[in-house]
Write a protein of this length. Sequence first.
Length: 83
Amino acid sequence: MQPILAPFSASISELKKTLTALLNQAQSEVIAILNHNLPTAYLAPADVYQQLFEKIEDYELAKIILERQAEKHLAIDVPLDDL
């Protein structure tokens, strides 16, 4: 069975009927949207979504840094006056 990665869950039909009530109940937490008792989507508050994207950007930047550190031995020393 697929895990539900949210503290709250609701069926699609429940979401259609009571979206505002679900959002109020979740209080800035992620809501798993279920279809036939399987998570099909996650509804995240805007601030949580933004934080997630910031973490992804940080991760991608860290990967670039590590890749470039590994290539440091290929760098050529150039005096500043030559630039």
